[in-house]
Design a protein around this ligand. Structure first.
Ligand code: GDP
Length: 306
């Protein structure tokens, strides 16, 4: 299936949760969930029942036949290597900014990482329903921030959407429209499809998950090749040592949970169950001819960089 991997960067309270919630509702996730037997729901089901999305996890939706993986970006407490790793799973980012507050220091660091990783952001100016909002000024402030962060010409040419997550619309001008369709179409248009190099399996473990039933779970993007249930693999650790292991179960993200599958192709993001002794940064690779992906630095920035 056609895929888009996107991360949302937002200062706390600028409306990330509300936006993702609208995306889930618009793509009928809540109805689809009731028909799907094999979803492992996250621990926050009650909140979801109330329509509040808890964004501690990736979510995935289908829109116009395209799978959109919305990758969670860690909060400010986890800044540093973690942000970089997470952004490496994305082919595009949405920079979500409050139409009154404008860009905040906390978003600056993540945006800088995204720009350095050559991602081309989509800017979304939210909360234009607020009486005292100033979307045009905020747009200019965002442009200035990009400029100060040494964005390339192409990155400076970012598409901008305006709207209100709360009222459920986003448009390419400050004119209210019916729903969030223009923004979803913008994601399909502006976020590139995953680039897939030739070669056998490579998946770098980007984050860890835990399930009471399945134990520790490795999460990452299949960069190359494909990964299969029961497949013997080599785990290349960050110090270069190699361990042999086996994939027991595989899950892709679907809606707010995970769906069990037998194979995941390059470009998609998945959760791998059954590996022993793995860590963030390790590469899951071909059993016979393992090749590691470059290790991502985990240096923590100092506060004055933020
Ligand atoms: P997050 O911290 O970025 O996930 O932000 P939330 O989605 O939780 O939103 C923070 C607050 O802003 C909540 O009270 C929301 O109801 C409110 N909010 C979100 N989107 C909008 C919007 O478009 N307009 C207005 N007026 N409030 C919004």
């Amino acid at each position: 299936m056609n895929i888009r991997n996107i991360a949302i960067i937002a200062h706390v309270d600028h409306g990330k949760t509300t936006l993702v919630d609208k995306i889930l509702h618009h793509t009928n996730v809540f109805r689809a969930n009731q028909e799907t037997g094999e979803l492992i729901m996250d621990n926050n089901d009650l909140e979801k029942e109330r329509g509040i999305t808890i964004l501690s996890k990736n979510v995935s939706v289908e829109y116009k036949g395209v799978k959109i993986n919305v990758i969670d970006t860690p909060g400010h407490a986890d800044f540093g290597g973690e942000v970089e790793r997470v952004l490496k799973m994305a082919d595009g980012v949405i920079l979500l900014v409050d139409a009154f507050e404008g860009p905040m220091p906390q978003t600056r660091f993540v945006l800088q990482k995204a720009l350095q990783l050559k991602l081309k952001p989509i800017v979304v100016i939210n909360k234009v329903d607020k009486a005292n909002c100033r979307p045009d000024e905020v747009h200019d402030a965002v442009f200035e921030l990009f400029f100060n962060l040494d964005a390339t010409e192409e990155q400076l040419n970012f598409p901008t959407y305006y709207g209100s997550g709360k009222n459920g619309w986003f448009n390419d001008s400050v004119t209210q429209c019916e729903d969030i369709t223009p923004l979803l179409d913008g994601i399909l248009k502006h976020v590139p499809e995953p680039q897939i190099p030739e070669g056998n399996l490579q998946l770098q473990i980007t984050s860890l998950d835990y399930s009471t039933f399945l134990g520790r779970i490795a999460v990452g993007r299949v960069a190359r090749g494909s990964i299969k249930e029961n497949q013997p693999i080599s785990l290349v650790q960050t110090d270069g040592s190699i361990k042999k292991s086996r994939v027991r179960e595989l899950y892709v993200f679907e809606a707010l949970g995970k769906k069990k599958v037998t194979e995941v192709e390059a470009g998609d993001i998945c959760a791998v169950v059954g590996l022993e002794d793995f860590n963030i940064g390790d590469t899951i690779a071909d059993f016979d001819a393992p090749e590691a992906l470059p290790v991502i630095s985990v240096d923590e920035p100092t506060m004055n960089m933020l």
